[in-house]
Design a protein around this ligand. Structure first.
Ligand code: ZN
Length: 183
């Protein structure tokens, strides 16, 4: 006897029509092989549907959320870096294109050196002039200016420390979020 069709009907998920069901039922009454298969299959289906639902571990949602936040942060940083690098690249490429198009790399270099020299000369003159200027200021004013400058420098140092401290704190918080997310 050929059981293939009945085996397919037993194991298939799609429902049988009335006629097929009747034929299968009739066959099951007479065929031990298909009966066993039918029982076994029904029992395994029962076992599968009866298995307890596995609930997500506690805090799963929170961890997932923080992981999501971390991922967002990471992505925005990556995006910023990409924008920065593309800008730099764009400037470099534009500059290169300009040099190549104007067909005068030598001229460009010459101009660059000339302007650098000019700037250097200007700065040197400026410093010389400035020290002359300072020499002419009465010493009291010089001392006051010195103290004032030291004060300004101190403010800058304090600002720098605060900025560094904040950056460190931010990084620590971020690290916490990352650790939490990876848990
Ligand atoms: Zn059979």
């Amino acid at each position: 006897m050929n059981h293939k069709q009945f085996e397919r009907w037993i194991l298939d998920d799609s429902p049988l029509n009335e006629e097929q069901q009747q034929i299968l039922d009739a066959h099951l009454l007479t065929c031990e092989h298909c009966q066993k298969l039918n029982h076994g299959w029904k029992n395994s289906l029962k076992a599968i549907t009866a298995s307890p639902y596995i609930a997500p571990a506690a805090g799963f949602s929170d961890r997932w959320q923080s992981k999501l936040r971390f991922e967002k942060k990471r992505r925005s940083i990556v995006r910023m870096r990409v924008i920065l690098f593309s800008s730099i690249l764009l400037v470099l490429v534009s500059l290169l294109t300009y040099i190549v198009l104007s067909g005068s790399l030598g001229e460009f270099l010459a101009n660059l050196i000339t302007s650098s020299t000019h700037i250097l000369l200007f700065l040197t003159h400026g410093i010389a002039n400035l020290s002359n200027f300072i020499q002419e200021i009465p010493s009291l004013v010089r001392w006051s200016a010195g103290i004032f400058l030291v004060g300004v420098a101190n403010i800058f140092v304090i600002l720098l420390v605060v900025i560094l401290w904040k950056a460190k704190k931010n990084q620590e918080e971020w690290q916490e979020v990352r650790d939490y997310g990876e848990k």
